[in-house]
Ligand binder design. Sequence first.
Ligand code: PGA
Length: 259
Amino acid sequence: MSTRKPYVGGNWKMNTGRESGPALAREVASGAAQHRGCEVAVFPPFPFLLAVGEALGARDSGVKLGAQDCYFQPSGAFTGEVSIGMLQDCGVAVVLTGHSERRHVLGETDAIVNAKTKAVLAAGLECVLCIGELLEEREAGKTDDVNERQLRAGLAGVPSEQMARLTIAYEPVWAIGTGRVATAVDAQDVHRKIRVLLGSLYAPAVAGATRILYGGSLKASNASELLAQPDIDGGLVGGASLQAAEFLPIIAAAAARGG
Ligand code: PGA
């Protein structure tokens, strides 16, 4: 059994509203309090961060408030962007970087993902760095190359002492929101390779302590098998995080994994 504490994040993406967001947060907070063996974060849209933070805080649930994105500059003329200081002001503890929708829909490059990752960590926050291959990359046999490139680029210049606040999320893009999930064997194979690569970039102890989450159509019905794999330390959940009844069993499955 590893010493890595299981971790489950709910990425709400561009969903929920001013009332439904905090309501969902309250349900998640109540349920997650039964599974303290698993670390939990939710990532609501920016406009609802404060209200969701209040809903989580009122329950003293230990559920962390997360942000789906940030900008790496501290302030200035960047219309539409949100700085890390603003997120901290709203009580955010953890920020996603490099989500595939940011990379492939919004056009973020490896360099931008790296700048955001470094800025989040430098500010003292936790970061979940997302990587993963497209379907055509997998079919062309490039899965390992893509993950290696995104991991190396994303972590370029990140010092070892900040790695305790860094989590990786491996999310094969073809599995995100498609209902098509990686097999446990395939996902474990990629996770193991990511850990080996981490071991070449940092000390073996850092590689052994870094959590690697799986994401991509994770749901209550497939969580136990995936989360039982030795190098899968939890999950980043999109669609199934929008209903507490679907999300909470994933947290329970992760907690059952131990750590
Ligand atoms: P999904 O999304 O669970 O809806 O596939 C996962 C993610 O994008 O983080």
